[in-house]
Design a protein around this ligand. Structure first.
Ligand code: GLY
Length: 401
């Protein structure tokens, strides 16, 4: 009931000319229409390796190849639409945007293999009984493991390139997200080394990435020979000591996921501490979509990052399950309620077929500022699935009373 009231208040606050009633099933219906529209727009644009929609650039859909860190998300969105609707057409489409990623199982050039493969093939394996997908994911986990240095106790995020050459062994908070692939592979194969790497990476990150208030740095640079921390920096945030919004989002999601996968209390404690920090951010509890950096210099005249809101919402729905802390549930619901207002949720046939508006990729590099992003849509759909699951469980509990 409280959730419904929040949604109604958001609709009143953000405008009444929306195309849906605020009911989550309507949001699924309009998301489905929007994805149908997206597919029609994308197909004529595809050529050779440019297959996967990532964002809008100068009002045009930008397609990327499988090498891109975001290549797995659009397929993931189609898989989630299949999971939400049960319609076989979505499974067929999802496979079309998953199978071309197969070669990425060998790509050891960065840590993003977890995002690419687990957000695509990770859904495929849950929905299709095909042993080849299992082998692809296991090889992907092996490839990711080659980037692990036991002296540092972390997987290296980026190789040296003109933008990263000033770091010796950069590890970014985003890397927490790639550990899910390793945890899946450990369970699937019984090979404990995948789990050992994931656990050690999460522990090293807990020790070095976080400040006293459980906000986090974006990049920690290590000495690969000794494991010593050399620098604590940012790459996509406003400053080294600022709070890049999506980084904080990856952090709370990453530790919530690691608790789910390992049952280790230290990861639950981390997730709770980070969530409690997030709840202190201005407007977060009420569902205000954060600016791209919580300490961006010109707030309120700064772009939003809806992707951070979607990741945090998804993480907090799950963290509520493990803690029963209503503040996490309320924040997850409030963020989702804001994301489905017309300010953020695109009208069908607009926004290049993406679901959400107003995300920010990298403000310091003036790249993808205030645009739609495929990964914002991914965590938005995930949040919708978790919200529906919560409502179903509530209804079930009520029906048993
Ligand atoms: N992992 C890259 C980003 O969050 O922008």
């Amino acid at each position: 009931m409280k959730y419904l009231i929040t949604i109604c208040i958001c609709i009143i606050l953000f405008g009444c000319n929306n195309q849906y009633s605020g009911n989550i099933n309507d949001v699924v219906k309009y998301s489905e229409k929007q994805l149908e529209f997206a597919l029609k727009k994308i197909e004529p644009l595809q050529h050779e390796v440019k297959i996967f929609p990532r964002t809008l650039e100068n009002e045009k859909i930008k397609l990327v190849s499988s090498k891109d860190w975001t290549s797995g998300f659009f397929g993931g969105n189609l898989w989630m639409m299949y999971e939400l609707t049960g319609k076989n057409e979505w499974k067929k489409c999802a496979l079309e945007y998953t199978l071309p990623l197969e070669k990425e199982q060998w790509n050891a050039n960065d840590h993003d293999i977890g995002f690419k493969m687990y957000c695509s093939f990770g859904h495929a394996i849950k929905n299709v009984d095909n042993p080849e997908y299992r082998e692809i994911l296991i090889q992907s986990a092996k490839t990711l493991s080659t980037r692990y240095n036991p002296v540092v106790g972390c997987i290296r995020s980026w190789n040296s390139n003109p933008k990263t050459a000033h770091w010796k062994y950069p590890v970014i908070i985003d890397n927490m997200m790639n550990l899910e692939l390793l945890m899946w592979a450990a369970k699937e194969t019984g090979n404990e080394s995948f789990k050992e790497i994931a656990v050690k990476h999460a522990q090293t990150t807990a020790a070095n990435h976080f400040r006293d208030d459980f906000s986090c740095y974006h990049v920690i640079d290590y000495d690969p020979e000794t494991g010593e921390v050399l620098n604590k920096n940012t790459h996509q945030g406003a400053a080294d000591d600022s709070d890049w919004a999506r980084g904080q989002a990856w952090a709370v999601y990453g530790y919530t996921m690691m608790y789910r996968e390992t049952g280790m209390e230290e990861f639950l404690d981390m997730a709770i501490n980070i969530a409690d920090f997030l709840l202190t951010v201005d407007g977060m509890k009420d569902g205000k979509v954060p600016y791209w950096d919580f300490k961006a210099p010109n707030i309120p005249n700064e772009p939003y990052d809806a992707s951070a809101a979607a990741v945090i919402s998804s993480a907090l729905f799950e963290l509520y399950e493990y803690t029963n802390n209503k503040a996490y549930l309320n924040t997850a619901q409030n963020l989702l309620a804001t994301l489905i207002t017309p300010k953020f949720f695109a009208k069908t046939g607009k926004n290049g077929g993406f679901l959400l508006k107003h995300s920010t990729g990298s403000k310091p590099y003036d790249s993808e500022v205030d645009v739609p992003l495929n990964y914002a849509d991914y965590y938005f759909l995930e949040s919708i699935i978790k919200s529906k699951k919560y409502e179903e469980n509530q209804n079930l509990a009520l029906s048993k009373e």
